[in-house]
Design a protein. Structure first.
Length: 94
């Protein structure tokens, strides 16, 4: 697999997690925890202690009166915990 880490997910919740050494990324559908761990170390030069993977199912929502139902895309994300709460700038690659 080329690079399982697609892009960092930036939200208020994820930004507050970064203070504790946890970083959230959207990952490729076929990526495993081991793939994510290796890619994180290779790209950022920091050892990942723990990787949690979440499959987020796309939501369906009504678009309004008489409009068709829309569906948001499903995605897979990984929450990566670093050793010793090391800080990483996710927008700068090593």
């Amino acid at each position: 697999m080329e690079n399982p880490l697609l892009y960092p997910l930036v939200s208020e919740k994820n930004t507050s997690r970064e203070k504790g050494g946890k970083y959230t990324f959207a990952i490729a559908k076929g990526a495993t925890k081991v793939d994510v761990k290796r890619a994180f170390k290779q790209i950022y030069g920091v050892v990942a202690v723990k990787v949690n993977v979440v499959n987020q199912i796309g939501k369906t929502r009504l678009a309004g009166r008489g409009r068709p139902i829309r569906k948001r895309a499903s995605m897979r994300k990984a929450i990566i915990t670093t050793k010793g709460k090391k800080t990483v700038d996710v927008f700068k690659v090593k």
